[in-house]
Ligand binder design. Sequence first.
Ligand SMILES: [Zn+2]
Length: 280
Amino acid sequence: MAWFRRTKRPREVSERQRSIVPEGLWVKCQGCREIIYSKELERNVQICPKCGYHFRIDVQARIDLLLDSGSRVELFEGVRPSDPLKFKDTKSYKARLKDYQKRTASLDAVVVVEGTVEEVEVVLAVIDYRFMGGSMGSVVGEKITRAAERALESARSLVVVSASGGARMQEGVLSLMQMAKISAALARLSEARLPYISILTDPTTGGVTASFAMLGDLNIAEPGALIGFAGPRVIQQTIREELPEGFQRSEFLLEHGFLDLVVERTQLKATVARCLRHLS
Ligand SMILES: [Zn+2]
């Protein structure tokens, strides 16, 4: 029964701690353990100036990073989650949703905006990891599908920034069918020869990796991001083999042909713009 028990691994930072954007005057870097002045971190788009560790950033910061200022219009704001399965674990799904909506001030885990990246017109979807681990339920599925359809109608490029634990288990099969729905919309975009760039940030896992996050004409990741389907512990216990160093991190995946580029956050906007100009 030992493997049922959760053992504490003190050297690893918990998901909860890491999911929070650093606050306070001084922040300890999770990459090099150095203490960094938070203003310096802010100036450096939340990248450690000493070791280059990329802290997670929230949706607004991501939009500010990628889109030209003054060019944005939010789309499909009113799409809200429902609970057709009346799901309940230790807490009802309905109560959980309410809790996250209050904490994040958004209805669900994705924001879609129309805007420009260095004057290239795009539809941009950004997944909010703070909202239930960026899990893909019917709202995330619906809004990303609509984003793809909007790109198709208006002949714009599509950019999706992922940060997700995968499918939203509280929505069961309704969550899983989003994978097929989004993939079909992306296929239509591809037939129209409109570019789609997928940006994978820390962490991108589960059903999101298994669908739209890996379907970009270009799949671009930030350095050091955890990207995979099942977690490393599950894989290790299944295949009973020691996993190689850096397994499921961006650089390892690039080396093994799963990604097209690993781009530092400071270069992301310019890279996306250059790629989009080239692809269209
Ligand atoms: Zn550092």
